[in-house]
Structures are given as structure tokens and as C-alpha cells.
Design a protein around this ligand. Structure first.
Ligand code: LRH
Ligand code: MN
Ligand code: MN
Length: 406
């Protein structure tokens, strides 16, 4: 890295009233969880592509995830999805993770993989299937206890394809009943993050279709239930940063599933299509983290940042690295917003001044800053380059084809 580039950057930011030491501390504190399924084979409803070198089991998924952490220093935990990551001995998986320098993060129950759930899981009109689904949720609470995870991430594919197909109100009650049972089984340090999606795989109605429904459910369940915002789960044009801000202010923003999209739930590399949206999300979070009210500040510091992507056509590990670097870049840019300048413009009802105060932070090149931070935490200044030069991507080809799907 050129020290000159960084010196110039620091000087430029100091002149704008930005405390670079504070910005660096924030960047070092940002942690991004990667998903086990992002290392496996995936595809569309038309085809799952089989790549060479894909992990054959959850243990190998952790080995790949550990590479991402080793090179970036900011991905110390890995989300698991059960039964995609089902193993006989979860304590062994926990030990394996810890030997690799990472830990098990969010535990995601999976209630969309079996034929039994064709008409729904926790909202199925058949009580026996609802029981089975709820038992799986309880099993996941136990797994979380075994692996020492405090986060349970819930997403339901439940919904219907045609008007009149189901009793929407009955299903709403069943959803609550099931989640309440799970909620009661959680230990006090655990959080239940409730994810929503407006459509897919159900095309007429989805039982948890938007943030309002997830928010209402979380409120009814109690303080340990919060909302999970997956950036790909909204209708086109939705102001996601507004939803984020609203939830933060209500102390109900649990976390994110970051990914990028152009059309539907595309699960593309985060920040690849819409970096400004990601930047604006971070702007709102940073603004809340600087609020006068300590409760809002605490809410902003307690967000679980997770990636949720499917790398259908990309090499998995470089795709994950790219994602993490993109998140860091947009967070770094948002940290350069002079919040006092924004506030002053807002007070003067200076529309263009306020917009300018936000936008101009986006326009800085934060490469020298990120390189300096990486140097300080002892990881390669260019993690992608380091990975490609490491030989790991060639080494894993020995696994052959036919690894785990998702
Ligand atoms: C659903 C979803 C949810 C699942 C994951 C694999 O679209 O975003 O988070 O758990 O994808
Ligand atoms: Mn998701
Ligand atoms: Mn999704």
C-alpha cells in the first residue's frame, strides 16, 4: 500500500471533520457472518450446477468459510441450515469450527425441503405436520444450545398459490402457536430473528409476506424476537433503508441477510448491483448508533450482519470474499458521512445540502483506508489477490465434483 495515498486520505477526511481513528475502530468492529450454504452447490429451479471442489459435508464447508475469515479477519462465524448441515455430533462440528478459528453462528431451521411441507409447515392444516415442523424448530433450539449459538433465524416458505386455497387467518394463528412454543424453549440469551419474503415459492399469498407481519409477530412473541431483513425480499422500488430505520427505532431490527438483486430474490453478490442502497442502509444504522438515546445506540450495535447468497455460476470462495469486501467498502463510505453536516442541513430545511452531505461520502475512494485497516489487523491488504495466489482454490479441486447442494 502506498502510505502517501493513505496520508492524503487521512488529511482530506480530517479537514472535513471526520475522526479517522473512530472510523477505523468501527471498521475493525464490523463482523459479517457467512452462510454455510453459500459454499455449496446451488442453482435455480431449472438447474443446480455441480462445480468441482465444492465441500462434500458441513465440516468442509467450515474449512472454506475459515479461509474467508483468515483473509478478511471479519467473518468469524458461519450460519448453518438444518438439515442441510445435519451431522450426528454437533459438539464435534463446534470443535471443528473452533479448531479452524471460527464459530457456529445463526442456526437456521429448514422447513421447506420435505414433501410433507407441500402445503405448509407450521401453518399446515394437518396438525401432525404442524407438530413435526414445530419439533424441528425445537430441535434447532437444542442444536443452538449445543453449539453455543444465540441466534435462530427463521424463514418460512409457507403460503398458497391460489385464492381460496387456504384459511389465511387459521394459518396466522398456527404460525404464532408454533413460534411461541419455540420462543418458550429458548434460553434468555437467545434471539429469534424472523425473516419475511413477499413471494416465492408461494405465488398467491405468503404467510409472512412483509416486515409488518414479521414485526407484529415479533412484538407478540416478546423481546427476544426480532425482524430479519433480507435485502432481496421486497417488491421492486421498496425503500429498504426506511424499513431498517423504522425497525431500529422500535428496537426490533435483529439482523440482515445481505445479497444483491436486480429482479426477484436473486441472491447475487451483495453490493454488486445496488451499492448505493447498501450505503444508505449503513447510513441509517450509523445515524442510529450516534443517537442521543442510549437504547437506540444499543439497538444499532446489536445487529447480526449475515450474508445470504447462492453462488450458482461463480467460484464460491472468491464470491464470498467479494461480498465481504463490498460490505466493508459501503460501510466505510457511510462512516465518512458528516452527521453534523446532515443534521444542520436538515434543521435549515436545506434539501440539496442534506442530500449532498450524504452523497459525497459515497463518492470517496476508501481503498487506502481499508488497506490501512487490514494492515493494522494483520490480514492481507488485498484478500482476493491473496486468496487467488494461495493455491487453496486448486487444492480443493481434489474433492472432485458432486459436493453438497446448498
Ligand atoms: C429464502 C432465504 C432464507 C433461507 C435462505 C436459504 O429465500 O432467503 O433466508 O433460509 O434463503
Ligand atoms: Mn434470507
Ligand atoms: Mn432469500
Amino acid at each position: 500500500m502506498s502510505d502517501k495515498a493513505y496520508a492524503l486520505f487521512e488529511e482530506q477526511q480530517a479537514l472535513r471533520g471526520i475522526d479517522i481513528a473512530a472510523v477505523k475502530a468501527k471498521l475493525k468492529a464490523l463482523k459479517v457472518e457467512t452462510p454455510s450454504w453459500g459454499y455449496g452447490d446451488s442453482g435455480t429451479r431449472f438447474k443446480v450446477y455441480k462445480q468441482t471442489g465444492v465441500p462434500r459435508n458441513p465440516f468442509e464447508k467450515f474449512e472454506d468459510a475459515a479461509q474467508v475469515h483468515k483473509l478478511t479477519g471479519v467473518c468469524p462465524s458461519v450460519a448453518i441450515h438444518i438439515p442441510w448441515d445435519k451431522v450426528d455430533d454437533y459438539a464435534k462440528l463446534k470443535q471443528h469450527a473452533s479448531d479452524l478459528g471460527v464459530s457456529i453462528g445463526a442456526v437456521n431451521p429448514n422447513l421447506f425441503q420435505e414433501d410433507d411441507y407441500i402445503f405448509g409447515s407450521v401453518t399446515n392444516s394437518n396438525a401432525a405436520i404442524r407438530r413435526k415442523a414445530t419439533d424441528h424448530l425445537l430441535e434447532c433450539v437444542d442444536i443452538a444450545k449445543t453449539v453455543g449459538s444465540d441466534v435462530l433465524s427463521l424463514w418460512f416458505a409457507d403460503g398458497s398459490n391460489y385464492p381460496g386455497q387456504v384459511d389465511i387467518r387459521a394459518r396466522k394463528a398456527w404460525m404464532y402457536e408454533s413460534l411461541k412454543e419455540m420462543y418458550n424453549a429458548m434460553s434468555p440469551s437467545m434471539r429469534m430473528l424472523i425473516e419475511y419474503k413477499f413471494y416465492e415459492p408461494a405465488f398467491y399469498h405468503t404467510d409472512l409476506a412483509d416486515w409488518g407481519m414479521a414485526f407484529n409477530l415479533a412484538n407478540k412473541l416478546g423481546p427476544q424476537a426480532e425482524v430479519l431483513v433480507d435485502t432481496g425480499h421486497h417488491p421492486q422500488g421498496t425503500n429498504i433503508e426506511h424499513i431498517v430505520t423504522y425497525l431500529l427505532d422500535e428496537n426490533k431490527l435483529g439482523g440482515f441477510h445481505f445479497n444483491s438483486r436486480k429482479y426477484g430474490d436473486d441472491d447475487l453478490i451483495v453490493g454488486s448491483v445496488n451499492p448505493y442502497e447498501l450505503f444508505l442502509i449503513f447510513y441509517q444504522i450509523i445515524d442510529a448508533a450516534n443517537d442521543k438515546n442510549p437504547q437506540i445506540r444499543q439497538a444499532a450495535d446489536n445487529i447480526a450482519y449475515m450474508i445470504d447468497q447462492s453462488h450458482n455460476i461463480e467460484r464460491k470462495i472468491p464470491a464470498m470474499l467479494r461480498s465481504v469486501l463490498n460490505v466493508q467498502t459501503q460501510y466505510a463510505k457511510a462512516l465518512l458521512i458528516n452527521l453534523e453536516e446532515v443534521r444542520a442541513a436538515q434543521e435549515n430545511q436545506d434539501v440539496l445540502g442534506a442530500e449532498d452531505a450524504v452523497r459525497k461520502a459515497f463518492e470517496f475512494d476508501v481503498t487506502p483506508l481499508l488497506k490501512a485497516v487490514r494492515e493494522e489487523i494483520g490480514v492481507p491488504v488485498d484478500p482476493m489477490k491473496a486468496y487467488l495466489a494461495s493455491g487453496y482454490d486448486e487444492k480443493i479441486n481434489a474433492r472432485g465434483k458432486g459436493g453438497a447442494s446448498w
